[in-house]
Design a protein. Structure first.
Length: 162
């Protein structure tokens, strides 16, 4: 069996699954995240290729693990640096929600019954909004309504100030 054409197996698999985990490529430098993940997963594959020849290069896994931690911290710091401070008026948040979310999340046909029309509905779903729109950037799907980073930062600041 060939051992030289399998280095892209893990990077391709990761890239295929990453579409379901938008936080991976939510950073401004998504291309760099993709390149780093490809190199790291190819390195892990190299470890297993060596393993099958009887050689144990544990340092490869150590370097890969340290690099994953560094990448995660870098992505967190990038997100924290863009956070707005101070209280955010609900009216600003409501404008963003109305413009970017209510096309789907209103009326009886709202997905999973998640309606975001009133202040009570929006504040009641603040944790979901943070997770879906701010952290993993899965909403709006494919950013179909064109939510900007400033709007995501505004939502994050509003949630943090509650």
């Amino acid at each position: 069996r060939s051992v030289h054409n399998n280095y892209l197996t893990l990077p391709v698999l990761f890239t295929m699954l990453a579409g379901h985990f938008a936080f991976t490529f939510g950073a401004d430098e998504a291309w760099l995240v993709l390149v780093l993940i490809a190199v790291l997963t190819a390195g892990v594959r190299h470890f297993f290729n060596l393993w099958h020849t009887g050689r144990r290069a544990w340092w490869i896994l150590g370097v890969a693990a340290a690099a994953v931690v560094a990448l995660a911290l870098w992505l967190q710091l990038d997100e924290a640096a863009s956070m707005q401070t101070g209280p955010v008026p609900f009216a600003q948040v409501q404008n963003v929600i109305e413009e970017r979310c209510t096309a789907c999340h209103s009326g009886e046909s709202a997905p999973l019954g998640v309606r975001l029309e009133t202040e009570a509905e929006i504040t009641g779903r603040a944790d979901d909004i943070e997770r879906q729109a701010v952290q993993i950037r899965a909403m709006p799907p494919g950013n179909s309504t064109g939510m900007t980073e400033e709007e995501r930062d505004l939502l994050a600041a509003w949630i943090a100030s509650r």
